[in-house]
Design a protein. Sequence first.
Length: 274
Amino acid sequence: MPEKTARLEVLLQEQGRVAVAFSGGVDSTLLLKLAHDALPQPDVLALTAVSPSMPAEDREGAASLAAMLGVRHVMIETDEVEDERYAANPANRCYFCRAIVFDQLLEYAAAEGFLCLMDGSNADDVGDFRPGRRAARELGVRSPLLEIGLTKAEIRDLARELGLPNWDAPSAPCLSSRIPYGTPVTIELLSQVERAERALRELGLHQVRVRHHDQVARIEVEPADFQGLIQARERVVQALQAIGYTYVALDLAGFRSGSLNEGLKGQAQRRGDA
């Protein structure tokens, strides 16, 4: 990693001034920390896109981390949820999301004299279904962690070495990722999912997803957490039914990132595309 981080330092210094699309996750936090260490303080800007698809606690976490790092931080209200292409929730929803969000962040950054916007995409993102990456490339958003080949595991190791408090935090994609493709995304659904996941985290669960299937809440947790969740069964059912779900189900396959993409693969196989 020393060679990679040295290359990243050079890359950052070559840009002169950088704005970082900052979600508060470990990837963008590491990038922001390294930019802060490589550049004068006025030459680094953290921009957080805020919309109903971002849980309130994630917004609070991003603000706290930016303050800890001593970086100027601006939250920008973005309107991707209001876009009909995004709201229709096609398989490439993330493309429309990133195109809208990055465009608004770039506009703000340019007005402040920052001509380079960077995100926290890493080398592991290349092999996954990430339509948002195309939007980033089209708009000229740099992804330095990806460019130098840092993997998620390396990012976590480096974040731990640097004392970043979220080095082991679970990934936290937007709330729309809990809604199956083809089901329209609404502010009401996003709020329902956010409240359901908050109720489960209050049980002490570290990694949790509530996948929204109309009246059914499909819960994904690590298999090691199955027993504790089942022991709290009555409380879980009561909480999620109060939020609006009729049925509460535990996915025995356990937590896996991007599980709703499994449906896309199945469709492709039935069509003979895969």
